[in-house]
Design a protein around this ligand. Sequence first.
Ligand SMILES: Nc1nc2c(ncn2[C@@H]2O[C@H](COP(=O)(O)OP(=O)(O)OP(=O)(O)O)[C@@H](O)[C@H]2O)c(=O)[nH]1
Ligand SMILES: [Mg+2]
Length: 430
Amino acid sequence: MAKDILHETQELSLPEAILVYVGDESEDIIDRRLDELAELLRTAGGVEHSRLIQLRPTPDNATALGKGKLEELKEICNNAEIELIVFENELSPSQIRNIENAVGDVRVIDRTMLILDIFALNATTGEGILQVKLAHLQYTIPRLRGKGTSMSRLGGGIGTRGPGETKLEIERRRIREGMTSLKEELRQMENQRALRRESRAASGVVRIAVAGYTNVGKSTLLNTLTGAEILAENKLFATLDPTTRKWTLPNAGEVVLTDTVGFISNLPHNLVEAFKSTLSEVVFADVIFVVLDISHPEVRMQYEVTEEIIGELCEKNKVERKPTVYIFNKIDKVEEIPETILGLPSADSVFISAKTGQGLDSLIETAERVISSLKRDVKIRLPHSRAGLLDTLYKSCTVKSVEYTNDGIEVIASVSDKVRGQMRDYITEG
Ligand SMILES: Nc1nc2c(ncn2[C@@H]2O[C@H](COP(=O)(O)OP(=O)(O)OP(=O)(O)O)[C@@H](O)[C@H]2O)c(=O)[nH]1
Ligand SMILES: [Mg+2]
């Protein structure tokens, strides 16, 4: 309910907008970037009015656009009564203010601010909302600082009036205090998350994380596989809060699947920081399902961004990259396998439609195969008469400790399902 109201006000406050790009990338790349920006705008409840592109190696320090283009922008805004301009480029606080001053009564935002807006709309749980708040505050502090410097420089002209220096100081302190307590609250939630994760790990149930670029169909897949009722819609970042559901496989038994927050290229740094606990769920799983949208022209970029983010998360959390199944989704939308996926992983990859159910058999088969090759810690007690089996263990798995006792040889080893089967009679735990 509250969310609906938010959506409505958002639609009212985000009317038609001009999308602006400054840079000198190729035409293709510019189109792609602006298409994605248009999708973000649509998700936030806005409508694209037109696009303005300025080809120049670097944005202008003061106004991002050059003089002529800025004039052009002003004219379009006046003629079409535009109230919002969204820059693809990251803008500094002073650039935003200068452009707003030059163009008139128009709100200027950049891609990061748009993404922050969408996150604010879509966060539903306590943790999600706190994470968004933190990201917002982290974004606000430098903006305030910018206002402060310009204030002292310009002496506070009309249209640049912000809080005075003292007020600004108070405001900044208030935000910093707010951030400290938010971080503390988040840290506690993160601890709870870690505890839940540990107890799941201890239970020995295989955990699978469903990861991938935003809007590729992760939630739809989870819903199809488990009968969950997670919101799935044609909007970016529909899911911000990880949801976990049981999934029963015919041969591998029960596993748990976790839906995760979608990735996007150039994920704003503030968001990565704020969402690091939720994002990290991906790399703590035993298996990763990387979902890709085979019908999307940018499927290769989706793949690259996903791999990059997972790699960074592994590094940050100091965990190994887990076995991965690549799921090319939305196969119902293409007539044949497109060339765009040439060179993308083909081992442990499947083609499916989460919507129609096509290909789910092969997903189940592949998942079971990957699960059965997973290694898990077990305790084994070998009778002295079977000491020879220790050799087998050394050869086929990772032996973590060996202790000779009167009752036999106590071994802790990380083993695959196959070895587990072979050692069945001697396993005492796990
Ligand atoms: N045609 C078709 N559409 C699909 C398929 N899977 C998902 N979709 C649609 O794609 C859109 C996005 O699906 P979601 O499941 O919300 O995607 P997501 O990856 O969870 O997205 P975020 O939570 O925003 O990151 C929805 O409109 C789905 O109906 C599919 O196999 N075929
Ligand atoms: Mg989702």
